[in-house]
Design a protein around this ligand. Sequence first.
Ligand code: NI
Length: 164
Amino acid sequence: MGVLSRIGIALDSDLLKRFDRSMRHRGYTNRSEAFRDLIRDRLVKEQTAMPDATVVGTVTLIYDHHAHGVSEKLTELQHASHELIVSTSHAHLDHDSCLEVLIVHGKSGHVSQFADRIIGLKGVQHGQLVMTVPAKVIDEPEAAAHNHTHEHSHDHPGKPRHKH
Ligand code: NI
């Protein structure tokens, strides 16, 4: 975290009134904290939108386990992408309905693709992916960037190009 900077911003008074109302409704007691959360939310969205960014998240699914083949297909898809899944939790809501929550971790692009496929399965009634990152990734983008692993090739200076 950096030092505290104080800023003044110009805002339409009607917009500010609406913001204050929404803020109180959400239980905020001061504007600064509400603004900070809004800014973080925007930065987290930008970060998690980058396909190569490492993210954590949850995939929430509602399905009827009687729907033909849905349980088997869900298991199959999860095994095929097991490297993205940290854990799963299942609740039998009633006679028919199941709630499943998967904790996922990996590159944003892979996680989104996996979530799209699983939510799009025939028999899944509703699903939602939430992606996020720890605050330090937003606070120190430089450090986070160095966590990226990427393949690269290079020439050895002064030597002819060669294969290893
Ligand atoms: Ni169930």
